[in-house]
Ligand binder design. Structure first.
Ligand code: GCU
Length: 710
């Protein structure tokens, strides 16, 4: 069997392999004479153009003296939105690519090259586009110093951080390639370090390095943010506390902002995780989110910087509000009580960053209610490409269909009050927000640890640009650009429902938290089942208005009514909203427990089917990439079977109901592989560290930030 030359996956979808003589002939007449535009990003666009022409074997790019003599004309048109582009094909062998600004031109060029990659004819290139959300951002959860529990990336496997934190000024060509990759899908903002931020991110020597990185990103239209530790004035500045109302603290933040902007004039700003999972915040000093965010935002404001303030806050006492225990017990309610009353109170340059779902990034969690409740606040929706609860870099799971659901969720009940979807809310002209995702990128040669996870990043960029586009269209394009036309259909078929498949053997029907505490990779329902509401009487979390936590009541009425009733609630989220007896009958007459058993079994069988389909793709692509994915799928099947056997054994044990097909029972051997010793040691170390930090922070015993086990 003949294979094309091996590839490592490093080029991701930006591959320009030599075209056939026919393909070259189609391009040659006009595409290799271009003009130059005096703009940084336009310069990058020209380089990318040259790279493609060279790769395709069309020829060496010739720089025309003027627009008149160019075959492909690059130009700026200030009538277009700054990041927008338009492509015109005059039919006389001249292609014009216009950008509202340099980055718009760059996006236009990237789009045209993508289309040429998939064989579009010149006449098909004409078009026009502009992004929906003004900020399309990636959040790296990368640590400056590898953490003993998480490594150099929070909970993420498959590799270490791509950033060389010991010396960011070292000219690593990878940074430029990373920026190219992001620009090719329209990402224009990157926050480079973990939200669990180390204070040293603001140390002078780190800032010097960040300036070098920002210089590279700038060429590709990307601005840089960093996550900061709220108690930095203590850790770095030697102040006694970080009370946001203390003038000395405010002055420290101002000076820090001035120092950064002197080196990075287009610096984006800061991202803050405060009063969350043991992190310091205004609550540490008896203050609230508005005062806390204002202190930092006002330091950034004179420079045009933006502060992202995270709403992922839970576990703090909801005491004093007279709320019943059934309400306070539900973690999904916590951010609602924490932030709802603050709508409209934040400074103008503050964006409230809200996870796509309220508990955490559970596999298929319904959209967060805060988007509909905070209509006078600038909002950012935060997704996770990391698959923290969905098999990390081992399981193929393309989550774009889920993201599409969330982005197009009618958060405000549109019909009633002219409200909007989450995508519309974050893109409001008067309250501009952002779409962010936790990055799934690491230093493995293929960027993602799992080659197929490139589809996730590619799709995220595209969805942040145009949230309504059919996810499948994006997938088809990614597959063709990454693997070529012959393999594309087969690859896309495997990925199309892959996220549903992962959900079906991990946390199906809206179940939450049955994985182990440490990496959230393995199942451990024995230790971790309260979050999923599992007990002898049944399974699921009662979030109904009638008998449960009332979380459903925060949704717009039509959606609330749909999910409040277990008979009409979609099965995909049934156990997120309802606690039901094991033998509850579903619409088709099957019992709930049997549906779970069957779902776990079918999910694993589907992975087996993916493997068979992948084997059929042998010969349609290079052997190196084929073998890499084949190996990953084999691991996925093994690990999926582990999830199935452990969880189903547990369900049989707790429910006392046997699988009618005889596959699962409480007598099955329990292949436990708990990492208890390492885990509890890590927890003890963590608590000791937090206690020490709190003492250093000069916490005044304001509202306690709970030292949570993350
Ligand atoms: C989850 C995750 C943590 C992360 C946190 C966050 O809890 O497990 O590792 O720090 O989310 O988003 O801040």
């Amino acid at each position: 069997m003949q294979f094309p030359p091996d590839e490592s996956g490093y080029e991701a979808w930006l591959r320009y392999p030599p075209k056939s003589a026919e393909g070259r002939a189609a391009l040659a007449p006009f595409l290799w004479v271009a003009n130059r535009v005096d703009d940084l990003c336009a310069g990058s666009a020209l380089c990318e153009w040259a790279r493609a022409m060279r790769g395709w074997g069309v020829g060496k790019l010739i720089i025309a003296a003027s627009e008149e003599t160019a075959g492909v004309v690059f130009a700026l048109d200030r009538n277009l939105p700054a990041e927008g582009w338009r492509v015109e094909w005059s039919g006389d062998g001249r292609l014009r690519i216009l950008g509202g600004g340099g980055s718009g031109l760059l996006y236009g060029v990237m789009t045209v090259l993508g289309r040429l990659q998939t064989g579009a004819a010149p006449a098909q290139l004409a078009g026009e586009s502009a992004p929906a959300a003004p900020l399309r951002m990636l959040n790296h959860w990368d640590n400056l110093v590898a953490d003993p529990v998480h490594g150099s990336i929070e909970r993420v496997r498959g590799g270490d951080t791509i950033f060389d934190w010991t010396d960011l000024t070292y000219p690593n060509p990878r940074y430029e390639d990373y920026a190219r990759m992001l620009a090719s899908v329209g990402v224009n903002a990157v926050c480079v370090n973990n939200v669990n931020a180390e204070p040293e991110i603001l140390a002078p020597e780190t800032i010097r390095g960040l300036a070098a990185l920002a210089g590279i990103f700038r060429r590709w239209g990307i601005r840089l943010w960093v996550s900061v530790n709220f108690a930095s004035p203590v850790f770095l500045g030697g102040l006694r506390g970080a009370d946001p109302l203390d003038p000395e603290v405010a002055a420290w933040w101002r000076a820090k902002a001035d120092e950064i902007y002197a080196k990075i004039p287009d610096f984006g700003g800061w991202l803050v995780k405060a009063d969350s999972e043991g992190k310091p915040g205004p609550g540490t000093y008896g203050r609230g989110h508005v005062e806390g965010s204002a202190c930092l935002a006002r330091a950034l404001a004179p420079h045009g910087g933006t502060l992202f303030w995270r709403a992922f806050v839970y576990g703090r006492s909801l005491a004093g509000r007279g709320l019943p225990e059934r309400v306070t017990r539900d973690r999904a309610n916590h951010p609602v009580y924490e932030f709802r009353d603050l709508d409209g109170c934040f400074d103008e340059n503050v964006i409230l960053q809200v996870k796509c779902s309220a508990v955490d990034f559970q596999t298929w969690e319904p959209a967060h209610v805060l988007f509909g409740l905070m209509r006078r606040t600038r909002l950012c929706v935060e997704f996770a490409l990391t698959k923290e609860y969905a098999g990390l870099d081992v399981h193929a799971g393309w989550e774009a269909p889920y993201f599409r659901d969330v982005l197009n969720f009618e958060a405000t009940g549109a019909a009633a009050d002219g409200g909007g979807t989450i995508a519309e809310l974050v893109a409001r002209r008067e309250l501009p927000g952002a779409i962010a995702a936790v990055a799934n990128v690491n230093n493995s040669r293929n960027w993602f640890g799992h080659l197929l996870h490139g589809a996730s990043l590619f799709s995220f960029g595209r969805q942040a640009w145009a949230p309504r586009v059919e996810a499948r269209r994006i997938l088809d394009e990614w597959a063709e650009r990454t693997f070529g036309a012959t393999a594309a259909g087969g690859v896309a078929e495997i990925l199309a429902d892959s996220y549903d498949t992962v959900a079906s053997y991990t946390m199906p029907m809206g179940l939450t938290y049955i994985s182990e505490f440490l990496h959230h990779f393995d199942p451990d329902p024995w230790e971790n089942h309260q979050g999923a509401g599992i007990g002898e009487d049944g399974i699921g979390t009662d979030r109904t208005m009638k008998t449960g936590s009332g979380y459903i009541g925060w949704y717009p009425p039509a959606f609330a009514a749909l999910v409040e009733n277990a008979e009409t609630c979609p099965e995909r989220v049934l156990l997120y909203f309802h606690h039901l007896p094991w033998t509850h009958r579903l619409a088709d007459g099957e019992t709930l427990i049997q549906r779970l058993y069957d779902g776990y079994a079918d999910g694993v069988a589907t992975v087996g089917e993916y493997r068979r389909r992948w084997r059929a793709l042998l010969g349609t692509m290079d052997l190196e990439r084929w073998a890499h994915v084949a190996e990953k799928l084999a691991l996925q099947e093994q690990h999926a079977a582990r999830w199935r056997d452990l969880v189903c054994r547990y369900l049989a044990e707790v429910s006392g109901v046997a699988d009618k097909r005889g596959r699962f029972s409480a007598r099955m051997p329990s292949p436990h592989n708990r990492v208890r010793t390492a885990f509890w040691k890590a927890v003890a170390d963590y608590k000791a560290r937090v206690a020490k930090e709190r003492a250093q922070m000069g916490a005044e015993g304001g509202e306690e930030s709970r030292v949570a086990v993350k």
